[in-house]
Design a protein around this ligand. Structure first.
Ligand SMILES: NC(=O)c1ccc[n+]([C@@H]2O[C@H](COP(=O)([O-])OP(=O)(O)OC[C@H]3O[C@@H](n4cnc5c(N)ncnc54)[C@H](O)[C@@H]3O)[C@@H](O)[C@H]2O)c1
Length: 345
């Protein structure tokens, strides 16, 4: 049985972390901390456990074995490192951190203090993604040549616990990056996972095209990110992340190989389609991808607890996510300088 502390009791904690720990027979919710105390109180009242006055108090509790870090992006690194130093295992939400030095410090702290670090890249746990990885490994579409991976919806204004155009997701200081790091990191990590390959060069255009604050001025971070990724294995494809897909979410990935095509979460009627070179179509309806409005169980918390119970590194370690984060920061550099940027070489 693992004692769990929750740091940050906003939307992702409320719809995913806390309910999924609560459902896990090997997890016990010990307590909560949030800068907005009433959110911690609401969670304690609903799921049990206590409210801590400070993050230091929570980290000093010896009955807490592990924490979820669910605060704004700019605090991920400091809170994670403080927790690792206090001897807690950490499940930190994405994006891992807001610069590569902080990401590397998190991985080093995990090693130094002998505690596990997992990053909440939940897309790896969507069943059709795992199935696509398996099919590609088995050679179902031959050698991968190209891909198109997309994550777009109408923006975080309706998501955050403090909704509206004043959300911290639009604030340069708290979020640091916009949709590139919010949705783009999901697909950047995912494409490396599905292809079992590494991004080695990025060419990107990161823009703020449409989103505005209440006064009509443009938001402080990007609302559209379009990247070309070159993979070590030779494939070249695109990753698009957008907060301006109004009307319908797109969470699809299409992989083009020498022997066919795999389309994932691209058709509402089936989660995975394998199209042979000869045009034959095989469909597999495994599950439905989560959307903001339809939260299904992510499986992330179960995987974290399961690994801790076994005393092994949970999946999606901080070290594994470093290559995806380098691609994200490379995309920013590419867009700023108007050049192709090599990463992970
Ligand atoms: N894996 C996913 O699909 C997914 C989805 C949404 C959000 N997230 C990530 O989760 C994190 C939280 O996002 P959210 O949607 O829950 O935001 P939110 O605005 O709904 O909630 C954030 C909460 O953190 C609290 N907070 C901020 N700084 C804090 C600090 N230093 N100490 C304690 N509490 C603090 C706020 O008071 C708020 O209650 C973000 O990094 C976001 O990128 C991941």
């Amino acid at each position: 049985m693992k004692g769990i502390g929750i740091i940050g009791c906003g939307k992702i904690s409320q719809v995913r972390h806390i309910p999924e720990y609560s459902d896990n027979p090997n997890a016990r919710l010990v307590g909560y901390f949030d800068l907005a105390r009433e959110r911690a109180e609401q969670m304690a009242a609903k799921y049990g456990g206590k409210v801590f006055d400070t993050v230091e108090d929570l980290l000093a509790d010896p009955t807490i074995d592990a924490v979820s870090v669910c605060v704004a992006n700019n605090m991920h690194a400091d809170v994670t490192i403080a927790a690792l130093k206090a001897g807690k295992h950490v499940l930190c939400e994405k994006p891992m951190a807001t610069n590569i030095e902080d990401c590397e410090r998190m991985v080093a702290a995990s090693r130094q203090y002998g505690r596990y670090l997992m990053i909440g890249q939940n897309q790896r746990f969507a069943l059709a993604h795992a199935q696509a990885r398996k099919l590609i490994k088995e050679g179902a579409i031959g050698k991968v040549v190209s891909f198109r991976t997309t994550f777009g919806h109408s923006g975080p204004e309706t998501w955050s616990i403090t909704p509206g155009p004043g959300t911290w997701f639009f604030d340069k200081k708290a979020a640091v990056m916009g949709v590139l790091a919010d949705l783009g990191i999901h697909k950047t990590d995912l494409i490396q996972y599905i292809l079992d390959d590494t991004i080695t060069a990025v060419t990107a255009r990161i823009s703020t095209i449409d989103k505005c604050y209440a006064d009509g001025s443009p938001i402080g971070v990007d609302d559209n990110a379009i990247c070309i990724f070159e993979m070590a294995g030779g494939a070249v494809g695109t990753m698009t992340a957008s907060w301006t897909f109004y009307g319908q979410e797109d969470n699809s990935t299409i992989i083009y190989g020498t022997e066919g095509i795999i389309r994932i979460y691209d058709d509402p009627a089936c989660s995975l389609k394998v199209i042979g070179k000869d045009g034959t179509v095989q469909t597999l309806d495994i599950d439905r991808i989560q959307t903001n409005d339809n939260q299904t169980k992510s499986g992330v918390m179960d995987a974290f607890i399961d690994a801790l119970e076994k005393g092994v590194q949970p999946p999606v370690s901080g070290g594994e996510v470093l290559t995806a984060m380098r691609a994200i920061f490379g995309a920013l550099e590419s867009s700023e300088k108007g050049v192709r940027v090599e990463v992970n070489r």
